[in-house]
Structure formats: C-alpha cells, structure tokens
Design a protein. Structure first.
Length: 364
C-alpha cells in the first residue's frame, strides 16, 4: 500500500470514528448537521417546553441584557438615570465583596426547570459540616459550565438541602460584571468575581462560607470534547494557596457529562484555530470555542446544549490547616492530595457516569 493510500485510510478511519462517537452520544456529526436538520415534534410535553425555555433564557442572558440596555437608551427621558447607573457600575465594589446575594432569586422555579433539562444532579460521598470554610474545585469547565451554574450558581440541584448551613459562591470572570443588568442578576444568584480579593473576602467571613472555582478556566474550555476528560490542573496552584491562607477545606467536584452537552470543532494544539483561540485568550482573558449544540425547535444544530445527564460528584474534603505564608512544598503537597482525590472520583464513577468515554482522565 502506498503512502497516499495509508494517509487516505487513516483519514477515513478517523471520520468513521468521529461519526461512531456522535452516534453513541446521540449527536449528529458536524458534517451532516446542515444537511439533515431534525426538527422537534409539535406535541412535546409541557414540562419539557418549560425546561427548554428556561435553558434558552440562561443561554441568552447576555444578549438579552444588552438589548434591554439599548432599548432603554433609546428613551432620552431615562438618560439621567442611565448615567447614574453607569457611574455606579464603574465604582461598585460589590462583585469583589460577596455580591448582593438573594436566596429568593436563587430559588426561582425557573432554575429547577433549568436543572431538570439535562438533568443535572448532585452526588455526595460525605456530609460537609458547616463549621469551617470551603473551597470547591469544579471540573471540567466544559464549554460554558452549565453544570456549575445549576449546582452553585442557582439552587436548581438543591445544594441547600444537600449541604445545609453552607453558603456557596460561584466565581466567574470580573469582566462579566461590566455588563449592565446582567451583572446584577449574577450577583443576586451568588455569582461573584474570581479575583484574589474576592476569594479572600468571602473566605474571611468564616465557617459556612464556600467559594467554587472552575479551576481549568478558559484554557480548559478548548479541551471540552464529548467523551473526554482533559483537565487543566497540573500547574494550577493558586486555589490551594487561597485555601491554605484561610484554613478552608478543599473539596474536588467532578461533573460527569459537562463535556458532552456541546460539540466543538476539532482544535488540536498546533492547528490554526487553536492558535487563534489562545491568542484571543491572552488578550481578553477568555476564549471563544467554536461549538454547536441543538436548537430550540430542532435537535441537532444551534446554541442550546444537548440533553445530556450531568452528575456533579462531591468528593471527600481535604483538610487544610491555616498557614499565613505557605511554602512551595506545602502547596505542592496539598495539590498532590487534591489531584489524587479527583482521580479517585473518576476511577470510582467513570463506569457509571462516563460509559461513553473515548479517553481516560488526563491531567494537563
């Protein structure tokens, strides 16, 4: 067989493999997406309509907030109020001081529909006592982090009932709090800035307070492909230092299914697309994965996530003693324990919640 034939055979095998994976996950291969749009039937149960509506609202919050702001800007009598609001946004320190949390907003019925869309749920191995602060490490990031929002950014998965007495704060990019109105909803949901100042402020409030950091961040979103679990964690030590400064126990949370709810274009390291995405990340602090899911009225193309089960497994807490000036060796020791516990979670539950995997867990 010639070198050309070998290359062609390899390409065919890769194509068939990708197609087979898509079928196994109930997804349509990207190459066939535009050719065969599968529309949703008219007669869909009412509760599923509500689930879809709630997720579409969450997905569209940013453009809806911007559109609402622009509509208001079209009314000159409101300009003085808008000016005051914009000035307030510029000086407001709330995103770094615990936000403006509202348990009423977090418990809206819409978030229950949001969580039941996938569905998303919590699996806990041990009880967490509210007598100390906690740092939850969430893995993987996924494309958007839908599971993190369901579990920590709302009470959709009933975190308050699973862990009574613990108040979670989901951390996100500071840039999100520059968007008018959107920022206010985030803070009402208990979502705050991921800055060091913000983390220290919440943990300094003492026992019962917890922060959730999506450790992999924007870099990990580029690795979010169905059937994989590539975690950007090997050199991420900052969250361990924060935990040690406050004596906050570390709790690894592995969210099985987070990577399966969207399909992403191939972007292996070394490709032009990957280089452009990394360059964008260096400039703006986040990146834009090229992805697609399903639509509101169809099952195989759009920006809505696929209905794929998400199970967030809470592992055993790693006891962390308060150290004002932790050494590099101390940080590495705790980090090693954290990675070991996260790996244990994967090994224990992968055959239950990651049966369709094509790769094993990889710490990068």
């Amino acid at each position: 067989m010639s070198e050309k034939d070998v290359s062609a055979s390899g390409t065919l095998l890769r194509t068939l493999s990708a197609t087979n994976l898509s079928k196994r996950l109930g997804m349509t291969p990207l190459s066939n997406t535009f050719a065969e749009i599968e529309f949703a039937p008219i007669n869909v149960p009412h509760h599923r309509r509500l689930q879809t509506a709630s997720v579409s609202l969450a997905v569209g919050l940013i453009p809806l907030s911007v559109a609402f702001f622009l509509i208001i800007c079209s009314f000159p009598p409101l300009w003085p109020f808008l000016l005051i609001y914009i000035l307030w946004v510029a000086i407001d320190q709330a995103p770094e001081r615990g936000g403006r949390r509202s348990e009423w907003v977090r418990s809206w019925r819409v978030w229950e529909y949001y969580a039941s869309y996938f569905p998303a749920s919590i699996k806990k191995e041990v009880e967490l006592q509210p007598d100390r602060p906690y740092v939850f490490g969430y893995h993987p990031h996924g494309i958007i982090g839908m599971g993190a929002i369901a579990t920590f950014g709302t009470d959709g998965t009933k975190f308050s009932k699973h862990f009574p007495g613990i108040t979670p704060y989901l951390m996100t990019l500071t840039s999100n709090f520059k968007l008018p109105f959107y920022r206010d909803l985030l803070m009402a949901l208990g979502i705050v800035s991921v800055s060091k100042k913000s983390c220290n402020y919440i943990l300094s409030k003492g026992a019962g307070n917890a922060i959730c950091i999506v450790i992999g961040g924007a870099a990990e979103s580029l690795s979010a492909h169905p059937g994989t679990a590539d975690l950007t964690l090997q050199n991420r030590m900052g969250f361990v230092k924060v935990a040690m400064l406050h004596g906050a126990d570390l709790v690894p949370v592995f969210s099985f299914g987070e990577n399966d709810i969207y399909e992403q274009m191939p972007n292996e390291e070394g490709t032009t697309l990957y280089s452009l995405q990394k360059h964008f990340q260096r400039i703006f602090g986040f990146t834009l994965p090229m992805f697609h899911g399903r639509g509101i009225l169809n099952y195989n193309f759009g920006l809505m996530p696929y209905r794929r089960t998400i199970v967030s497994v809470f592992g055993r807490p790693i006891s962390v003693q308060k150290v004002e000036k932790p050494t590099k060796e101390q940080v590495i020791e705790i980090h090693t324990q954290y990675v070991a516990e996260l790996t244990r979670i994967w090994e224990k539950y992968k055959d239950d919640y990651a049966r369709q995997r094509i790769k094993e867990l990889r710490i990068i």
